[in-house]
Design a protein around this ligand. Structure first.
Ligand SMILES: Cc1cc2nc3c(=O)[nH]c(=O)nc-3n(C[C@H](O)[C@H](O)[C@H](O)COP(=O)(O)OP(=O)(O)OC[C@H]3O[C@@H](n4cnc5c(N)ncnc54)[C@H](O)[C@@H]3O)c2cc1C
Length: 426
């Protein structure tokens, strides 16, 4: 068989567009570069075989995604139909199609979210949120997600009850919201029992937390009704929880009073609901032995790290510990640290956050100069909001954070202190 012979070195040399081996050219490239798309340069020895099969076009994933980006929204969106099945060698084609599509499409105005309104619900599902300080916790959102599951199955509405009304109830899936009166647990149980008697809801959901669980048991006793505690699975037709040391599963149709374990349902995340405020009937006042109730906030400087709500943590990137301590006081945060800092004796061992330190349950974690090693990130897995200050944009902690400042921590700390003092003065 008469097959022409390939010369790969000659082919490659023919495609070289810049760089001289051993010396940097005036244009800048010290290393030789190859134009794989261009016409062969003089000197290339190409033949039929090499033309057919020796050119692999290099993929540039960033260019692909940039080409598929559609305009008009507040957040970047990608038209995946523009990314062909076989990306190899199609970069320019994709880019051209994307640019054509964008030129043809009118500039899209950001759309207001659609609000779902249920005027005349067939029945009600009550969700009792803990909402400490008027903020929905992750478990509160799961509770509302479960309530939506039960309500949507039969055209019902979700009524969210909390002592302090949360602002983001509509996005969390509440059709109605109402404040639950009562100064103490007994008062709230009375108010809730009166509301249940007046509204006759099909289901009442509580979070299996110290506050929610306690209220659920008080209400169950007042109404003399069974309570399904610690449900770990819930759907419109069935509810389940482990029993006998998790060796068996107890399953039933959803009863009226239910407490939900953490993670039993996903938070509601699609449609915004109306969250219309409603008034609840007030229970008849009754004689109480408790004369006054006042919540005394714990001192953040001394509260146990595992119970702290807001932790400000120092890593190896912090050298000004005076500013760090002053910032912790000004922010009313509990001080924490990475293992590096504790090993160096700059912070007590009790302040160590992470797998071999304390696992946090804080709502907010503020990391200063912490890289975000896996052992450290294990300790903050349950934190709802993470803020990071780091000079390295690519640090794992910056990737984990919802808000990151790429700057020297020694500059950020005094700036924050100044802003806090100015705010306090104003
Ligand atoms: C078995 C085992 C268990 C462990 N358990 C834990 C644990 O429980 N907790 C824990 O924290 N670690 C733990 N570690 C250690 C962990 O692997 C990391 O070594 C440690 O978390 C690193 O701490 P760091 O992020 O403070 O320091 P570094 O890794 O040194 O990171 C410092 C960071 O600060 C940034 N930085 C530097 N200068 C500045 C500046 N001026 N301003 C802002 N940023 C700056 C850097 O970019 C870097 O990202 C464990 C390790 C092992 C092997």
């Amino acid at each position: 068989m008469n097959r022409p012979r390939r010369d790969p070195r000659g082919e490659r040399a023919g495609q070289r567009v810049g760089g001289v081996q051993g010396a940097a050219p005036a244009g800048g490239h010290a290393r030789p570069r190859f134009d794989l798309f261009g016409a062969p340069q003089p000197g290339a020895v190409r033949n039929a075989v090499s033309n057919a099969g020796s050119f692999a076009v290099r993929r540039d994933p960033r260019a692909h995604w940039a080409a598929a980006m559609t305009r008009g929204g507040a957040r970047p969106r990608f038209d995946l139909s523009l990314l062909g099945q076989n990306l190899l060698g199609q970069g320019l084609l994709i880019q051209a199609r994307a640019l054509d599509a964008q030129a043809a499409a009118p500039e899209l105005a950001p759309q207001a979210p659609q609000v779902r309104i249920i005027d005349d619900p067939a029945f009600l599902v009550l969700a009792l949120a803990d909402a400490p300080g008027g903020h929905l916790t992750t478990q509160d959102r799961q509770l509302l997600g479960a309530a939506r599951l039960l309500a949507d199955a039969g055209g019902g509405a979700v009524l969210l009850l909390a002592s302090l009304m949360p602002e983001d109830s509509s996005a969390a899936g509440a059709d109605r919201v109402a404040g639950l009166c009562g100064d103490d647990a007994d008062g709230r149980a009375d108010a809730l029992a009166a509301a249940i008697a007046a509204l006759a809801p099909r289901h009442v959901l509580f979070a299996e937390t110290p506050t929610g669980g306690d209220l659920a048991r008080r209400v169950a006793v007042r109404l003399d009704e069974p309570l399904f505690c610690g449900a770990e699975q819930i759907s419109a037709k069935s509810i389940a929880r482990p029993a006998r040391g998790r060796t068996v599963e107890r399953r039933s149709t959803p009863p009226r009073l239910i407490t939900l374990a953490d993670g039993a349902a996903a938070p509601h995340g699609r449609v915004v609901h109306e969250a219309r405020p409603v008034e609840l009937p007030r229970p008849a006042p009754r004689e109480s032995f408790i004369l006054a109730v006042e919540e005394v906030p714990a001192d953040p400087a001394t509260v146990a790290l595992g119970e702290a709500d807001f932790v400000l943590s120092a890593g190896h990137g912090v050298s000004d510990f005076e500013a760090f301590r002053a910032l912790a006081v000004a922010l009313r945060a509990t001080p924490g640290a990475s293992r590096m800092v504790c090993d160096a004796g700059l912070m007590p061992r009790a302040a160590q956050v992470g797998a071999s330190g304390t696992v946090l349950a804080a709502r907010c974690y503020f990391a200063l100069g912490i890289a975000g090693a896996p052992q450290h990130l294990q300790g903050i897995a349950g934190c709802e909001h993470v803020l990071a200050v780091n000079i390295d944009l690519h640090a794992a902690m910056v990737a984990r954070a919802g808000l990151a400042i790429v700057q020297d921590a020694q500059l950020v700390m005094p700036a924050l202190l100044k802003a806090l003092h100015e705010e306090a003065g104003a």
